[in-house]
Design a protein. Structure first.
Length: 73
């Protein structure tokens, strides 16, 4: 199965909201996942396409449904 890419303002906005609700900084999230801060920032600002499997991993991390990332803000 190939990775399908998702983009859209809603995904990044919901990621930002979930970080805030969990009182987590972008840096703390990047450190936890072994990512560079700039990649987290690019996901949030929709400068980088996010793969479906990455969105599922985010949903699992924040313990929310996958669809949470596609809700209008």
């Amino acid at each position: 199965m190939s990775k399908e890419q998702i983009t859209g303002k809603t995904t990044g906005e919901n990621f930002r909201r979930l970080l805030k609700e969990n009182r987590m900084t972008q840096q703390a999230f990047a450190d936890h996942y072994g990512m560079e801060l700039r990649n987290v920032s690019r996901w949030i600002n929709e400068e980088k396409l996010t793969h479906i499997v990455d969105i599922q991993a985010l949903a699992d991390y924040f313990d929310v449904p996958f669809t949470e990332f596609f809700k209008p803000i």
